[in-house]
Design a protein around this ligand. Structure first.
Ligand code: ES4
Ligand code: ZN
Length: 326
């Protein structure tokens, strides 16, 4: 309880959050009804019962189903506003939000609808509450690089509202090298770069993300620990890892929270952070993630402070804004 109060009071940034993964079952039902979209669940309870996954792909299949209820600008606004309210409740001061445009454009929802709804909520949170944000467009790695290129083309009219690009979805069999050209183009546009790597994929995918994509951060990165040379490199370069403890447990990336690599990451000098990934699907927002991993690993207050500091130093905030939080 004392630890919970300490975590709750810590100012934090969230750097790994898929906005579509914050769709709570209650909102999913409401939007399904409002939009006349059929969903394969009879109740909110049935939805929650379906959230038992044995790997990443199990989850992704349900995640892409769930987002089918999102059709209008107002839907994306309500989704994002609901997440930001939860983040604020956890004393999160800054958020860097991923979105998956290909999950929407392939259903006939336009890029402009998605971005207008999300940014309306982000702008409102900044004006009303001083909650700052960055927006990161993720390419779905199970689709082709040509599809990612077309998505970056579709983003060009909105590029002033987009801060970076990322790479998500099914990792194994879709290495970073598949997206080398589109990441180079994003870099030339001045965008920040991140990629999911080492969640289910091998340490070599983390190296590819660094060497071929030239990413600024690694999302997850857990399996980096299998390669001591890579760990030294990540520590020396100060590469931020956006770690997601409850996600790792629910997707069986770790067998048990007590076996979570976060303590080993900190001991190795890695710039690890704690994030919620897809909080509606994995059972908790930022504070619940800090709490679960701190309880399992018996993290000290100094370690919790270090994790929260890493979240600001690893953020894409401009230097002066970042320093306000430190
Ligand atoms: C994701 Cl946990 C995770 N991994 C890869 N892709 C994703 N998309 C949404 N959540
Ligand atoms: Zn993720």
């Amino acid at each position: 309880a004392e630890r919970a109060a300490f975590i709750a009071r810590l100012p934090k940034a969230e750097l790994h959050l898929h906005i579509e993964g914050s769709l709570e079952p209650e909102l999913m039902f409401g939007l399904a009804q409002r939009n006349g979209v059929a969903i394969p669940f009879a109740s909110v309870e049935e939805v929650r019962e379906a959230y038992a996954f044995s790997n990443l792909q199990d989850f992704l299949d349900i995640y892409y189903q769930g987002m089918r209820v999102l059709l209008t600008e107002q839907d994306f606004y309500e989704l994002t506003a609901a997440y930001l309210a939860r983040a604020r409740g956890d004393n999160v001061r800054h958020v860097e939000i991923f979105f998956d445009p290909q999950g929407h454009t392939e259903r006939g929802v336009s890029f402009s609808t998605v971005i207008a709804g999300i940014t309306r909520a982000l702008d409102e949170a900044r004006e009303q509450h001083g909650l700052t944000s960055k927006l990161i467009l993720c390419f779905l790695r199970h689709l082709s690089e040509a599809d990612a290129e077309a998505t970056l083309d579709a983003a060009l009219p909105f590029v002033e509202r987009i801060d970076g690009v990322g790479l998500d979805s099914s990792e194994v069999g879709h290495p970073p090298s598949k997206f080398e050209r589109v990441f180079a183009r994003a870099r030339s546009l001045g965008l920040k770069l991140v990629a999911h790597a080492g969640e289910e994929g091998p340490p070599a995918y983390v190296e590819e993300a660094l060497d071929l994509l030239k990413v600024d951060r690694i999302d997850h990165g857990n399996r980096s620990l299998e390669d001591p040379a890579l760990v030294r490199r990540l520590a020396e370069a100060g590469v931020c890892l956006t770690v997601c403890p409850l996600s790792n447990l629910k997707l069986c990336v770790v067998d048990d929270m007590a076996a979570h690599p976060l303590r080993r990451m900190l001991e190795a000098g890695l710039a690890a952070t704690v994030n919620s990934d897809d909080p509606s699907y994995f059972g908790g927002y930022v504070n619940a993630n800090y709490q679960a991993v701190a309880d399992a690993l018996d993290l000290s207050r100094a370690e919790l402070v270090a994790l929260a500091r890493n979240s600001f130093t690893g953020s894409f905030l401009e230097q002066n804004e970042r320093d306000r939080h430190l």
